[in-house]
Design a binder for this molecule. Structure first.
Ligand SMILES: O=C([O-])CC(=O)C(=O)O
Ligand SMILES: [Mg+2]
Length: 556
């Protein structure tokens, strides 16, 4: 187990105030008397020497003194910038309470208010005017980096374009790499690519700290991304590069272009697809059904919606369905209605999910024009309904009641993020389905009491996948990220579902077990990487040993 950093390792370079100001090395009041003498800290700290536990208790007391979520977020981010060991220890002790504060949903608000709550820099900012200085920017990062999360801030959760404020997301995601996946925080690097913003509110805000121009698009955008990838490969040839919260069209184009070029994946497409596949598999099994028998309606055909359907379709094919048979189970709806092969506006990706006219025979609506969400639910009688639209309230009472007429245990996943964007809230879904709905959401929700039964709502969020994916990739030293690694992650996640043993339990394990769940998924990911030939062959014991060596624990 990799815990803390030995004081000896760093003090050659840092002493005194510089040591206390480095969040990766600082122990604050926990520096021992001997360390205080040795490292030039005498008089710089109050006399009492705390244990990490005592520091954690003091920090928790301070956390509880804040009354708004954004203030709690600011407090935790400041603690992270002061003392990372203490920050992660506090988070691990209070994970259920604090994950929503450092991550979704509160991180969404933190991105919107980034320029107002800004305190000090973390990670790197690459703005369009500095595009020719990327090598120099990377030179300023002196430490080794294992994982980068990068955004261009254009599609932050379901909140749209936040410009440079999008930086909150790579910071939050990398906190989860450490919290849930045990990745050493010293080896992580958040990056925002600031290509401007089209968010007028941000542009008009005198406090805005990004590059105050409209977004660069087209060939210049692609050239910038190419420069960025080249600079990353040059400075950190073995890094894992995660793309996060790009607009769908860019997200898809970028990952298609670079997936075979370095160790990289897009979390919104692949991470979201894997967690949803794993959770839907658990839901269907818990409800006594089989994936291959389900009709699945997906509301939203952005990169997340498409990614989920393509992975589930592949799971059906792996189960013996032909491509055409598998495709006939998916009803994907964009702003112009159902994707079907009669439509002339579909790009090649969306054509992979278009319904054939034969499958729409006998429908009670005109199937040559726009086919609405309500038409689809009434006619296809889905067992599974997933929302990835960013539109609050898109799952209306009428539609949910219609769905519930045709299936015993409707599986309903309003995945949009943050909470304010959810397609429906769990208490309504349970009311409209008379308690029958099997639910998972993108943001966290409290348990719901309905007719004397407590329903635990799983948070079907890619946080169950990407930190574990990172751990598996680091442990296996994988050189590329394959779809088979995501499929392995999805199936490994399914196996951890408490609902497989107890139908009243949540579909996904409690956050308090997230590191254990992460280990299991990481093992499956590492094995799949070896199987795919993108990692050197090692035994299961060696994988386990490497996972333990990689896992960082917040201790001094
Ligand atoms: O960050 C989250 O909670 C999930 C996610 O990737 C997104 O909504 O873009
Ligand atoms: Mg995202």
């Amino acid at each position: 187990m990799n815990s803390g950093r030995s004081t000896e390792e760093f003090t050659i370079e840092k002493r005194g105030v510089l040591l206390i100001e480095d969040p990766l090395l600082n122990k604050g009041t926990a520096f021992t008397q001997e360390e205080r003498v040795k490292h030039g800290l005498l008089g710089l700290l109050p006399p009492h020497v705390d244990t990490l536990e005592e520091q954690e208790e003091r920090a928790y007391e301070a956390f509880c003194d804040f009354h708004t979520d954004i203030d709690k977020h600011i407090f935790l981010r400041q603690l992270q910038d002061e003392n990372e060991t203490l920050f992660y220890r506090l988070l691990l002790e209070h994970i259920t309470e604090m994950m929503p504060i450092v991550y979704t949903p509160v991180v969404g608000l933190a991105c919107q208010r980034f320029s107002h709550i800004y305190r000090r820099p973390r990670g790197i900012f690459i703005s369009y005017p500095e595009r020719d200085s990327m090598d120099a920017i990377f030179e300023n990062i002196e430490h080794d980096v294992d994982v980068i999360v990068v955004t261009d801030g254009e599609r932050i959760l379901g909140l749209g374009d936040q410009g440079v404020g999008g930086m909150g997301i790579p910071i939050g995601k990398l906190s989860l790499y450490t919290l849930c996946g045990g990745v050493d925080p010293a080896k992580t690097l958040p990056i925002v690519l600031d290509l401007g913003t089209n968010n007028q509110e941000r542009l008009d805000d005198p406090r805005y700290i990004g590059w105050r121009e409209n977004r660069i698009k087209g060939a210049e955008y692609d050239a910038f991304i190419e420069q960025f990838v080249t600079a990353v490969k040059k400075r950190f040839p073995h890094v894992l590069l995660q793309w996060e919260d790009f607009a769908s069209v860019d997200a898809e184009r970028i990952i298609d272009k670079y997936r075979d070029d370095l160790c990289t994946f897009n979390d919104d497409i692949q991470g979201t697809a894997a967690v949803t596949t794993g959770t839907i598999l658990a839901a269907i099994t818990a409800a006594g059904g089989k994936l291959v028998d389900q009709n699945i309606v997906m509301l939203g055909a952005g990169s997340a919606g498409v990614g989920i359907c393509l992975q589930l379709k592949q799971a059906m094919i792996d189960n013996g369905h032909s491509e055409a048979e598998a495709r006939s189970h998916f009803y994907v709806i964009d702003r112009d209605g159902l994707l079907h092969s009669g439509r002339t506006d579909l790009d090649p990706l969306h054509q992979k999910l278009a319904q054939s006219p034969e499958n729409l025979k006998g429908w009670d609506c005109d199937v040559t024009g726009t086919i609405s969400f309500a038409d689809v639910v009434r006619n296809s009688k889905p067992g599974v309904l997933v929302g990835a639209t960013g539109q609050a309230g898109a799952f209306t009472e009428e539609i949910i009641r219609e769905m519930a007429k045709h299936t015993n245990r409707p599986v309903i996943f309003p995945l949009s993020n943050p909470t304010s964007r959810a397609e429906a809230i769990p208490s309504d879904l349970l009311k409209w389905t008379d308690g029958k709905a099997v639910i998972a959401t993108g943001s966290p929700f409290d348990p719901v009491e309905y007719n004397g039964v407590t329903h635990y709502i799983a948070q079907c969020n890619n946080s169950y996948i990407f930190p574990a994916m990172g751990l598996g990739i680091l442990a296996s030293r994988a050189r590329r990220v394959t779809d088979s690694m995501f499929m392995a992650a999805a199936f490994a996640l399914k196996e951890t579902s408490p609902a497989l043993k107890d139908p009243a339990a949540s579909l996904l394990p409690s956050l308090t077990t997230i590191r254990e769940v992460g280990r299991k998924i990481a093992r499956a990911v590492a094995a799949a990487a070896i199987e795919a030939g993108v990692a050197d062959s090692i035994t299961e014991e060696e994988i386990d040993q490497r996972i333990e060596e990689t896992m960082w624990t917040p201790e001094y």
